[in-house]
Write a protein that binds this ligand. Structure first.
Ligand code: BGC
Length: 747
């Protein structure tokens, strides 16, 4: 032990153990935090609030770490470097405070799970929790103890590339899935060395960026923030999510990184949050570009005073905070609060006891991890169409043509936000088919197009020729990974390149066409759905997408995924979501569309309702939609009472029968409608769901308990209350079909 470290230990004893690792005890964390804080100079405190990204090497940062000017590092994944950096912090800095190692581990580290939007399609929180647990086990084995996930921005506009990272359009679904991810990342206890601190991001409203263009502005009024955008974050905070990240957008003119209302009034005061708040990448400095701060100093001042604890990479804190404190623009108490939040996390993670990583390569791509990733990919696939029961494929099939740019695209099927998963481990549908069925079925591979944006048509001709001698064609289309994710917004959601031509040409052969779509968002595939006999939508399914899809195609597994977002018919319908408000002019269903409008029709002769004359008003597929190889019948909705007090719980049940030939799983969904409010209310809101497994012919009564308090919303007085009045409840197979009952809430 060197002298500095020894003296630090003496100073801090008995608060720090410098000898054998021991468990951090939650009970004494606060006293350890305070005792350590007392030892720190202002400079050291500010150092803790500084996060840097060395991207590979640490040489240029070693000096800063030694001086105690860095609290956290981003993007170090080599365990040797992690240990080296930690050693400098622990042994060479005055107080020996360990660094917090962080990384974007979004839907897997090495073993890649389906993109979060795909995971949301499972409507199965266990899948999300398992995915996050596997990610944490693999990433922590390289020393990463903090991930920037889950992303729980309610996302209602498929043009926004980051919808892929989200849990979709619904606050309730996002809250359930996001919370499950938090549990998975953080495990049983943060100080378990396989746990990673989670980060609820991006707080808040980022999913509503104008026109779906990334980094854009939002204009979300407080009531909508509270009713729609806050709930997943509140759930994450209450579930103990260790950190929060501010978002890039300015809402109604105030960048989130300087938004006191969301960071202090709501997060800290209303939700009693004691975790740590980090900015998004350089979002503090970007407030200058926003025209919200004149220079870095003002950016630092506004961010810290609004409630930010750590500055991600922009260095505005480390460069300006001391001066700001001297000038009394920032109080030392504010600095202390921020540093407390940072140190608390470090203690909770057990970093003072175990700063180093004992690199364990064996956990990466472990068999159990691959099995879980495969199950996640199976459950995330959505069957959108299955004419003539084309799927599952039977053993009568002799020749299959496999085509499309995503049939054998090991990189692209992993999806966006994959920094560490290696494509060499990806199992593609083509490879899986060849391995699993190559000895029984003739499998002909004609890619048709080399990649999703490919416009060359020669390959299409070859694919069509091959199909003429086949029983069926499996066409894997969609998006390359790079077409979704951060800074990858689109103004056109149609299939890229010549993919639409490929499907049309295949369909003209008259052979059954099974289209499988791998994408980061819902694409406008109406035409392809018409031209295909069956359509399976798998989003980007991850490392094990191939075997998962082959199991689904051959009926070893049965599809059970449901759309976590509304699928638009045309891009211009975006943003589109099921929980829209009532207008004064709801569509009647009798609207005349563009092809039928008589010449020189009178201005008001079309029916003045809320619809598009070209796209109508409905989506291509509603939220919550997804078929199975079997069929489910809903009968006999039953509710426990038709008048309930606000303190009561409504018990609602419905009988579901598997009326088909396959064992299958149905996601039963519970929606409510609050008919009249002090402000207008959504036409429907998801309030519960259950996955139910049913054998052929089996019937089950599925029961939900819905506390009436769950009907509360932020009303005209900006109070969260249940307003007495009439409600409808639906139990159904998607947001548009279900059995309903009415009830009344009384005072
Ligand atoms: C993204 C965040 C991410 C951060 C760190 C930013 O550009 O918006 O979601 O966590 O970078 O990589």
């Amino acid at each position: 032990m060197n002298i500095k470290r020894l003296s630090a230990c003496l100073l801090l004893l008995p608060l720090l153990s410098c000898a054998e690792p021991q468990e951090a005890k939650e009970g004494d964390v606060e006293s350890r935090v305070n005792a350590l804080l007392k030892q720190m100079t202002l400079q050291e405190k500010i150092g803790q609030m500084n996060q840097l990204s060395p991207f590979g090497g640490i040489e240029e940062m070693a000096g800063l770490i030694k001086e105690g000017k860095v609290g956290s590092l981003l993007n170090l994944t080599d365990p040797e470097l992690v240990n080296k950096a930690q050693e400098i912090a622990v042994k060479e800095s005055r107080l020996g405070i360990p660094l917090l190692m962080s990384r974007d581990v979004i839907h897997g580290y090495k073993t890649i799970f389906p993109i979060p939007l795909g995971q949301a399609a499972t409507f199965n929180p266990q899948i999300a929790e398992d995915g996050a647990r596997v990610a944490a086990i693999e990433a922590s084995a390289d020393g990463i103890r903090w991930t920037f996930a889950p992303m729980i921005d309610v996302s209602r506009d498929a043009r926004w590339g980051r919808m892929a990272e989200s849990c979709g359009e619904d606050p309730y679904l996002s809250a359930v899935m996001g919370t499950a991810m938090v549990m998975g990342f953080q495990g049983n206890s943060l100080n378990d060395p396989t746990s990673m601190a989670a980060c609820a991001k991006h707080f808040v409203g980022y999913g509503a960026v104008e026109s779906g263009k990334d980094y854009n502005s939002t204009f979300i009024p407080e009531r909508v923030l509270r009713n729609v955008y806050f709930p997943p974050f509140e759930a994450a905070a209450r579930a103990g999510c260790a950190t929060f990240m501010t978002s890039f957008n300015d809402n109604d003119g105030v960048p989130s990184t300087a938004n006191k209302f969301i960071l202090k009034d709501v997060l800290r005061k209303e939700w009693n949050y004691d975790g740590m708040v980090v900015t998004d990448w350089a979002s503090a400095a970007e407030m200058i570009a926003h025209g919200f701060c004149k220079d870095e100093k003002e950016a630092a001042e506004k961010a810290i005073n609004a409630g930010v604890d750590m500055d991600m990479v922009s260095s505005v804190f480390i460069h300006n905070m001391e001066a700001l404190v001297k000038e009394k623009k920032v109080s030392e108490a504010t600095i202390d609060d921020a540093v407390r939040n940072i140190l608390r996390l470090k203690f909770r993670l057990g970093l003072f006891e175990n700063p180093y990583v004992d690199a364990d390569q064996s956990v990466k791509y472990a068999e159990d991890h691959l099995a879980k990733a495969k199950e996640a990919a199976i459950q995330s696939a959505i069957l959108l169409k299955n004419d003539k029961q084309t799927l599952p494929l039977t053993d009568k099939i002799r020749t299959i043509v496999v085509t499309g740019p995503l049939a054998d695209a090991p990189h692209d099927q992993l999806g966006t936000w994959v920094f560490d998963g290696e494509k060499e481990h990806t199992q593609t549908p083509l490879k899986a088919l060849q391995e699993m069925y190559g000895d029984k079925i003739r499998i002909v591979y004609e890619p048709g197009l080399a990649y999703s944006r490919d416009k060359q048509r020669e390959g299409i001709t070859k694919a069509v020729a091959a199909v003429r001698n086949a029983d069926i064609v499996l066409a894997f289309v969609g998006e390359e990974a790079i077409l979704s994710g951060e800074a990858h917004s689109l103004a056109d959601l149609n299939l890229q390149g010549a993919q639409a031509d490929l499907i049309s040409a295949l369909s003209q052969t008259g052979k059954p066409v099974v289209t499988i779509v791998m994408a980061g968002r819902p694409l406008t595939i109406g035409k392809q759905v018409e031209e295909s006999t069956a359509v399976l939508y798998s989003f980007h399914p991850g490392t094990m997408g191939g075997p998962a899809l082959v199991d689904l195609l051959f009926g070893t597994a049965v599809p059970s995924g449901k759309t976590p977002v509304t699928f638009p018919k045309m891009t211009g319908q975006s943003p589109i979501y099921y929980a829209h408000h009532h207008t004064g002019r709801a569509p009647s269903g009798q609207e005349i569309l563009i092809d039928e409008i008589p010449l020189e029709a009178g201005q008001t002769s079309l029916g003045c309702t809320s619809f598009y004359i070209d796209a109508g008003f409905g989506p291509l597929f509603p939220f919550g939609y997804g078929l199975s190889y079997t069929t489910f019948q809903y009968n006999r909705i039953n509710i426990s009472a038709d008048k309930l007090k606000t303190t009561d719980t409504l018990i609602a049940s419905v009988d579901i029968t598997n009326t088909g030939k396959y064992a299958g799983t149905e996601v039963v969904q519970l929606y409510i409608q609050d008919k009249v409010g002090s402000v207008t209310r959504p036409v429907k809101e998801l309030k519960g769901f259950k996955r139910v497994d049913l054998q052929p012919g089996e019937k089950q009564t599925v029961t939900f308990s819905l506390p009436v308090s769950e009907l509360a919303f932020w009303n005209i007085d900006m109070q969260k209350v249940v307003e007495p009045g009439d409600f409808t409840i639906w139990l159904g197979t998607n947001s548009q079909e279900g059995l309903s009952a009415d009830f009344e809430v009384i005072n």
